[in-house]
Design a binder for this molecule. Sequence first.
Ligand code: BTN
Length: 248
Amino acid sequence: MSIGQKIIHLESVDSTNNYAAILLSEGRIGHGTVILADEQTNGRGQRGAKWSSAAGVNLLFSLVLLPDNLSVSDQCVLTEITSIALIEFLRKFGISAKVKWPNDILVNGEKIAGVLIENQLKGNNIGSSIIGIGLNVNQRVVDLPRVTSIVNHIDTPFLNLTETLLSFLASFDSCWKNYQLHGKSHIREIYLKELYQLNEHAFYADQDGEFEGVINGVNEAGLLQVIKRNEVKTYEIKEISFIYRNAF
Ligand code: BTN
């Protein structure tokens, strides 16, 4: 089944990722199914954070994938495909976005979309993956620092959410096919071109405190590589934060 061929649209749910997990465990949905909600009562973000969004103005959805033969060690390709799909989708509106590692999508340094990927393992492979996406579409004013929406960057005052979702799913479908045709190295190359602060001096914090460093890539396992005091350090998501102040 292709991406988005089946869309389950709910008015309200705790979290589209939770709902997708239940349907998956009951064997009731297949590859490419999308769970879409107008409102989430317990939307979840990365690192145990909450994902809040006003009802009916943004896209809150989970895309279910059943990858063929994707090993656990290569799971970061799902993050990369999703980030590229979001960036290519935004480009259709003339919006230029970057991916803040691993998968926050930023426009001029402000977050426009967040991604929470939850994988279910089958031996050494990814049996299924739930790709949860919160995409800010019509919410002009967001009560959080460094957050934006699509409408803040285009002339149209309000976008049709169903059409917007279908347009994103077309972008995702094309990235997914690209991956199947050309493999993970090709996807990695595209992802790196879209990486926020790649090769730029900026401030970060790790367990030893704040430092000025330069992101110089992402390794095979999907970990962030940062040059810190002339040495390349590798970080997992919980081990590094981006610090917002001006570099030299
Ligand atoms: C982040 O922290 O940036 C990730 C946010 C992911 C939010 C989406 S909204 C749809 C899906 N359901 C959830 O509970 N979370 C994801």
